[in-house]
Design a protein around this ligand. Structure first.
Ligand SMILES: NC(=O)C1=CN([C@@H]2O[C@H](COP(=O)(O)OP(=O)(O)OC[C@H]3O[C@@H](n4cnc5c(N)ncnc54)[C@H](OP(=O)(O)O)[C@@H]3O)[C@@H](O)[C@H]2O)C=CC1
Ligand SMILES: Nc1c(N[C@@H]2O[C@H](COP(=O)(O)O)[C@@H](O)[C@H]2O)[nH]c(=O)[nH]c1=O
Length: 595
């Protein structure tokens, strides 16, 4: 094993391709990408990650990332494989991150300790500060690491598997390259190219099975967009009809002549944002706001302006479910990356019946947009034709200046820190430890003095919304949030329960929430000397939670938010720094002085 390690290191240093490739490699890598797909919609905007551990053809362990801040795919796969990891190969669709989770450990450490002989990586990490770090660490510990586009030839037997690795994280790669979310235009049309009858009736063009597929596509999207006519004509719900992730519903309307009562104004099911022209129908804007619908005004309401806004709000992927009048400017302004066309074997006719794409100004057939990587799939009686309008950016070709530019753009997403400002948001970014989603367990006493362990600050915070309310349902809310798999699920549960059952939220929540957060942060930083050191090392810098949509805890878009999380962390930092000798130790009684 040691000799093998020396040999592998020498090969890696000399960049000598190591001929470990076996016939089953592409199959296992494909499976890792398939597993990663199970993360979609659950971990966003975290990359989707899957891991397979195999001894030859035999799979001995598998895992996928359940949500940001939960046990990594690699740790799950290694623990499932147990002793069978020794001498085995791990297949990863994406290079792991190098950070260490106090609750679960580090993916790279788990891979190193498992006694693996090889690691096959489909895609290098697209974030510049993480790119190559795990690969180098694994190689320097003697493990043979083969990477897509480098040791693994993209045109050979790995072509399909490497493609799958790209596709499963396409939203992240597009977002990086184009600075807008990945957008899919989806429509259902008859064989004669109509999306509705000449009266505008469209329920339904496609079959029930096809519509099921649409629901699951919504469930892995951050937002679904329609235009004003579609709201007026269809009164859509734009939900997933399933449990799980619900996208934000966006309506683009310039005139804002929308119905006073519409399914989309019921925000107890999912959030709705109406995007409109500045100053239009202020009375109607007030009515929407009173129903809990967010209204965002634009100087010029265009598909590109809306996508740039969604980018800054942190969205990774958007599903356009509009008609042809809106899809045409969306396509011509370059914001649509992929098309999903459901074709039903029906003919409706009608020269006035709408078609999926309006005027694009093209006059000759050779001007037509040609889709790439087209796939055809029969769904019930319909045919689903999908293809890309712009090819998926390839971050594996690290030598390409365009790709370097793309990856540094991606880094700028969340790590654009100009000293003395330190921005943090996602757990995998620099200073991600400051995020409430960081998987660091905290211990706090409940009302009866019983010490409870919470998996993260977020889990504790969300549960406190329902704490002390004498109702079995509120108690169940606390329990369910505590038992949630990870911070994302806890946040989703806490927010939706509070929206659906405001009567179960403790009456003093608005005034208590800052104290609750402060208590949780004290518990987090007092229990770990490394976290304390990290916080103290930021002395002199302004800490900002760069959440684009949280105007209370975060800085919001354009820094208009209150940044209360950043403020509490800075307050805690001052207390730590003013401790004995300016260095609070593990025993510093941080919580004792709390209100
Ligand atoms: N089969 C299918 O897949 C689908 C069918 N349909 C059907 O299509 C018909 C509606 O189609 P269509 O009117 O094209 O769709 P949309 O309502 O989806 O889009 C048009 C509307 O978008 C709004 N809009 C905002 N900004 C712009 C902009 N920059 N450029 C253009 N429009 C903008 C306007 O709303 P406002 O007027 O409020 O200002 C405009 O009327 C209905 O009959 C519906 O049933 C719709 C979706 C999918
Ligand atoms: N008519 C039509 C579609 N229309 C789209 O679906 C929306 C309705 O969504 P919901 O209210 O959630 O069922 C509608 O407003 C429009 O955007 N979609 C399809 O897959 N097939 C169809 O035949």
């Amino acid at each position: 094993m040691q000799v093998q390690g020396v040999f592998m290191r020498a090969c890696a240093a000399a960049r000598v391709p190591i001929t470990c490739i076996s016939e089953e490699d592409p199959q296992h890598l494909l499976r890792a990408a398939e597993l990663a797909g199970a993360s979609a919609g659950k971990s966003a905007p975290h990359p989707n990650v899957g891991c397979v551990i195999a001894q030859g053809i035999q799979v001995v362990g598998e895992g996928f990332l359940y949500g940001q801040g939960t046990r990594s795919a690699e740790i799950q796969a290694v623990s499932r494989a147990g002793e069978f990891s020794k001498g085995a190969t791990a297949y990863l669709n994406l290079e792991p991150e190098v950070y260490h989770s106090q609750a679960y450990g580090s993916a790279v450490h788990a891979l190193k300790e498992a006694g693996l002989a090889r690691v096959v990586v489909g895609l290098r990490h697209p974030l510049q500060h993480l790119r190559g770090r795990a690969i180098d660490t694994l190689r320097s510990s003697g493990i043979c690491v083969e990477v897509g586009g480098e040791e693994l030839n993209t045109e050979g037997i790995f072509k399909e598997a490497l493609r799958a690795c790209q596709v499963v994280n396409a939203p992240l790669l597009y977002r990086a390259a184009y600075k807008i979310p990945f957008s899919i235009l989806k429509f259902a049309m008859t064989l004669d190219g109509k999306i509705a009858s000449s009266t505008g009736h469209a329920a339904w063009v496609s079959s029930e099975l096809s519509r099921e597929r649409v629901f699951s596509t919504r469930a892995v999207s951050d937002a679904v967009i329609v235009g004003g006519n579609t709201v007026r004509r269809d009164n859509p719900r734009l939900t997933t009809r399933h449990r799980g992730h619900l996208p934000v519903r966006i309506v683009m309307s310039r005139c804002l002549r929308l119905p006073e009562n519409a399914n989309l104004w019921d925000v107890s099911i999912a959030q709705t944002i109406v995007m409109t022209q500045r100053g239009v129908r202020k009375d109607f804007q007030t009515l929407l706001a009173s129903r809990g619908v967010e209204v965002v005004e634009f100087d010029f309401l265009t598909p590109r302006a809306v996508m740039e806004y969604c980018y800054h709000r942190g969205f990774l992927s958007v599903l356009w479910e509009c008609g042809g009048m809106l899809s045409a400017p969306a396509i011509s302004s370059g914001v649509i990356h992929k098309v999903m066309a459901f074709v039903a074997p029906k003919i409706i006719g009608g020269s006035a019946a709408p078609s999926p794409v309006g005027e694009l100004g093209m006059v000759e057939m050779n001007q037509a947009l040609k889709l790439s990587d087209v796939t055809f799939e029969q769904i019930g009686p319909d045919m689903l034709i999908s293809g890309y309008v712009h090819p998926i950016p390839n971050v594996n070709q690290s030598v390409s200046p365009a790709v370097e530019a793309a990856t540094s753009l991606l880094d700028n997403l969340s790590s654009s820190k100009q000293p003395p400002v330190i921005s943090f948001y996602k757990t995998w970014d620099p200073y991600g430890e400051f995020s409430n989603f960081f998987p660091h367990a905290i211990s706090l006493s409940d009302r009866n003095g019983k010490v409870l362990v919470w998996k993260s600050v977020e889990q504790y915070y969300q549960a406190q919304k329902f704490e002390g309310v004498e109702d079995p349902l509120a108690e169940a809310c606390v329990r369910n949030i505590k038992e949630a798999e990870g911070p994302e699920e806890a946040a989703q549960l806490g927010r939706s329960l509070a929206r659906q059952r405001p009567d179960l939220v403790r009456p003093d929540w608005e005034s208590a929430k800052v104290i609750v957060m402060e208590k949780a942060l004290c518990a987090k930083f007092s229990s770990d000397p490394e976290l304390q050191m990290l916080l103290k090392s930021t002395d002199g810098a302004v800490l900002i939670e760069a959440s684009p949509h949280d105007l209370f805890w975060g800085a919001g878009r354009n820094g208009a938010g209150q940044n209360n999380l950043g403020c509490l962390l800075m307050k805690l930092r001052s207390r730590l720094l003013s401790g004995p000798n300016g260095s609070a130790s593990r025993s510093t009684p941080l919580t004792a002085s709390l209100p």
